[in-house]
Design a binder for this molecule. Structure first.
Ligand code: COA
Length: 321
């Protein structure tokens, strides 16, 4: 049966690095507090870069590795909660920047699961024969939707973009699971712009990310191992069959807890969060690109990708490289 194979990856981080010590100069925090609770030591934050520019750079790298021209792309799906415009979508901006004149392009909002949902959607289109290939992207400039007076949340996030090109093939994505639980959505929320029509009186400014960190932590450490176990079971594979688990990079303690619950070797969980923090939809494709560019993947390796976050949403996939 037709599935999708990843044939190219790419990533882009903004130039400016901001360390925990840099943050401690502008707010009441410390490297010790942040790194001991999260593993994060620094993050990249945009100054002039945009979500679309970083996405286009990541996309060009992925196309280069895939040996494809942008005009050959059928589909562009981009996961983000921090696009540059409400409309056009960031995917349409990327289409224009890279010259993917024959593609259809749209964004997906599944927060930190955005890249996973983009991949699963691309699978559905390609598996059904509607399209033959897709560019899938996760990209964020979260720094513009952070409340920089809320030290419990703003220190956790960073900006960046990651991309992959997928093509119809006989092997590749083996199985995925995806879920959402809207009833718990407000534990990680960001209000859109407030209605300022003449009939509405606004009282509270909620334009920034508002998170109940402990609730999100509990959600992650229970749903992520459960969804990985489910996808492995449905694929007829064991934890020991998997070379790497590429998890959404939110918190080192979450990743360690998932490894423990799966009874998996922690060395099978490569990380980038020390340097990039939580880049939401971008974290899984940035990590995948780093692992790929370091030459850590051989044809036939089995990988698990997993994302979780706002919505609430979560997804796990097992694939053959
Ligand atoms: N620097 C210093 N102190 C801070 C701080 C910071 N950046 N942020 C919060 N604090 C303080 C709080 O004010 C509080 O102080 P108090 O006890 O005097 O009231 C205390 O630290 C809270 O610490 P603690 O309860 O130990 O926090 P925690 O162990 O729950 O860790 C998180 C907080 C946010 C790191 C943790 O809950 C977490 O990682 N949650 C998951 C968040 C996440 O990954 N979200 C994205 C998912 S996609």
């Amino acid at each position: 049966m037709t599935t999708i194979r990843i044939v190219g990856t790419g990533s882009c981080l903004p130039k400016q690095v901001v360390t925990n010590d840099d943050l401690a100069k502008i707010m009441d925090t410390s490297d010790e507090w942040i790194s001991s609770r999260t593993g994060i030591r620094e993050r990249h934050l945009v100054i002039n870069e945009t979500t679309a520019e970083m996405s286009a750079e990541a996309a060009e790298q992925a196309l280069l590795e895939a040996g494809m021209k942008a005009e050959e792309l059928d589909l562009i799906i981009l996961g983000t909660v921090s696009g540059d415009h409400v409309t056009p979508s960031t995917a349409c901006e990327v289409q224009s920047k890279i010259g993917a004149v024959n593609a259809v392009a749209f964004d997906i909002n599944a927060a930190c699961s955005g890249f996973m949902f983009a991949m699963n959607t691309a699978y559905a289109y390609i598996q059904s024969g509607i399209y033959q290939n897709a560019l899938i992207i996760g990209a964020e400039t979260l720094s513009k939707i952070m409340d920089w007076t809320d030290r419990s949340t703003c220190v956790l996030f960073g900006d960046g973009a990651g991309a992959a090109v997928v093509k119809a093939d006989e092997t590749g994505l083996i199985r995925f699971v995806q879920n959402s639980d809207g009833a718990k959505g407000m534990v990680l929320a960001c209000q859109n712009r407030l209605n300022n029509n003449p009939l509405v009186e606004n009282s509270k400014d909620l334009h920034y990310v508002d998170m109940d960190g402990q609730e999100v932590y509990k959600f992650a450490v229970s749903t992520v191992p459960a969804s990985i176990n489910q996808v492995l079971e449905e694929a007829g594979l064991a934890v020991s069959d998997i070379k790497y688990f590429l998890l959404h990079q939110a918190n080192m303690r979450i990743i360690q807890s998932v490894a423990k619950r799966l009874k998996a070797d922690p060395d099978k969980f490569p990380t980038t969060l020390e340097h990039y923090a939580n880049t939401s939809a971008a974290s899984v494709p940035i990590l995948l690109d780093e692992v790929n560019k370091k030459g850590m993947l051989q044809k036939g390796d089995k990988l698990v990708l997993a994302g979780f976050g706002g919505g609430l949403t979560w997804s796990a996939a097992v694939l053959e490289w």
